[in-house]
Design a protein around this ligand. Structure first.
Ligand code: BGP
Length: 463
């Protein structure tokens, strides 16, 4: 294939504050939900951080080493870097009236460094974390007041970085709140479906208000949502399986429908009616929801299957989030099923549904990289994963889908979100760090580093 990607297509990588920065208590930063989940988003929250450490406390020390990392990204030819702002660096408890200047100043330095390398920042306002103070003192997103605190935070960073950041995202994988409520909406395990959906409603309202604020404060910026692109296939062609799959996909499409169309879809209203979920939605809420996103961003790692036969689900489930595995696909070491064509399908589905530009802001292969006798990492498996996915992005572009860019997940090894593992590596750049926290934190280039450099330089011609 020798068609190239459009010239304006953005190439780069994606990071999240709590998985890279470390410096968990530096410069006035407050404690976040991520700090209270030292074992990752599917772990148990600790009661207190007294005497408990987490690998995320130092992570890969991006807080101090970002100049070196950014120059390596520039060497690969990145034109875009997705990062998130840690809300707790700006409002340590979440409910202060005034922001923390030291936190604001650090992101100024980060954005200046990116600009010096001609790398455009794409900034997530909330990537899997919120101030713990808002969970303890207000009950997380279950409390309407959190909308106001979030809006204050969003307006603060839009105003401060209006000349430096022109691409924004509201909530990372907003649909994950259904599976990891503490990380998503600051609710404890065991909360009811009605509580989760009310908290999600508050978050959707806050997302709409952030879109409005962004358009007011930075008229030439674009702001998008961020979905976990969890495309599901029917396990068989039985009409029951096909319909169950349609419903299953609506678990993530619901968020996209509200954020792109500005209102709740009929299928969700039926679901709420039939499950005794009576949401408290005000007229102001509806006005906020009407501020729809400029583009859609999503993560894509795998697909799964759905069957209407609940006994079969019990027998077969085992993939992440209890999905039924696809018998036609291979899996990664972590059991994530590898499906490049699914990315082309998802891009087409999203484009057909919303007709808004799309941005792939996460995609990659988590693997245990082992240095060879010369200390080199020959990660051909990663190259082949990324290559096959990018070929499908190219196909989707040929299909007429408007794709803004591609930021691969974890361009440098980082701490994984699910289980806080450093052994699950995604990077083009290796970081010398072991799970017990030992290591020099030195950076080195893997084979995939040179491969990605060539792909970017040839705008996909080298795929
Ligand atoms: C997404 C998250 C990221 C990230 C990635 C890979 O769900 O947005 O934060 O970490 O998945 O997951 P993991 O780190 O668990 O391998």
């Amino acid at each position: 294939m020798n068609t190239t990607f459009p010239e304006k297509f953005l190439w780069g990588g994606a990071l999240a504050a709590n998985q890279v920065e470390g410096a968990w208590q530096e410069d006035g930063k407050g404690i976040s939900t991520s700090d209270m989940l030292p074992e990752g988003i599917f772990g148990e929250p600790v009661k207190s951080r007294e005497g408990i450490s987490s690998i995320k406390d130092v992570a890969i020390d991006f807080y101090h080493r970002y100049p070196e990392d950014i120059s390596l990204f520039a060497e690969m030819g990145f034109t875009c870097l997705r990062v998130s702002i840690a809300w707790t660096r700006i409002f340590p408890m979440g409910d202060e009236n005034e922001p923390n200047e030291a936190g604001l100043a650090w992101y100024d330095k980060l954005f200046d460094e990116l600009r010096a390398h001609n790398i455009q920042p794409l900034v997530t306002l909330s990537h899997y974390e919120m101030p713990w103070g808002l969970v303890e003192n207000y009950g997380g997103w279950g409390n309407r007041k959190v909308i106001t605190f979030f809006e204050r935070y969003a307006r603060t960073v839009f105003t401060r970085y209006q000349h430096k950041v022109k691409l924004w995202l509201t909530f990372n994988e907003i649909n994950m709140s259904l599976h990891a409520p503490l990380t998503g909406v600051g609710l404890q395990k065991g909360c009811s479906k009605a509580e989760v959906y009310q908290a999600i409603h508050h978050q959707l309202v806050a997302s709409g208000l952030a879109v409005k604020a962004c358009h007011e404060i930075i008229p030439d910026a674009k702001i998008g949502n961020m979905l976990l692109g969890g495309l599901m296939y029917p396990l068989t062609c039985k009409p029951e399986d096909v319909f169950a799959t349609l419903q299953d996909n609506r678990q993530w499409q619901f968020f996209g429908d509200v954020q792109c169309r500005g209102r709740y879809p009929g299928y969700m209203q039926r679901y709420f009616r039939e499950n005794d979920i009576a949401l408290n939605i005000t007229e102001e809420d509806n006005a906020a929801l009407s501020h729809t996103v400029d583009f859609i961003s999503f993560s894509y790692y795998m697909t799964g299957c759905v069957t209407a036969d609940s006994e079969l689900v019990e027998k077969l489930k085992g993939n992440i989030l209890d999905m039924v595995p696809n018998p036609h696909l291979e899996s990664s070491e972590w059991g994530w099923q590898i499906d490049p064509i699914g990315l082309r399908t998802l891009l087409n589905v999203l484009w057909d549904r919303y007709q808004k530009p799309l941005f792939i802001v996460e995609n990659g292969l988590g693997a245990q990289d082992k240095p060879d006798a010369n200390g080199e990492i020959n990660d051909d498996y990663r190259i082949s994963y990324l290559n096959d996915h990018l070929v499908q992005v190219q196909e989707a572009i040929q299909d007429g889908v408007d794709v803004m860019g591609y930021t691969s997940w974890g361009p440098i090894d980082i701490i994984s979100a699910s289980k806080a593992e450093v052994t699950k590596r995604y990077g083009f750049i290796y970081v010398d760090l072991a799970q017990d926290g030992s290591g020099t934190l030195n950076r080195s280039r893997k084979k995939s580093f040179y491969w990605y450099q060539k792909v970017i330089a040839t705008r996909g011609g080298a795929l």
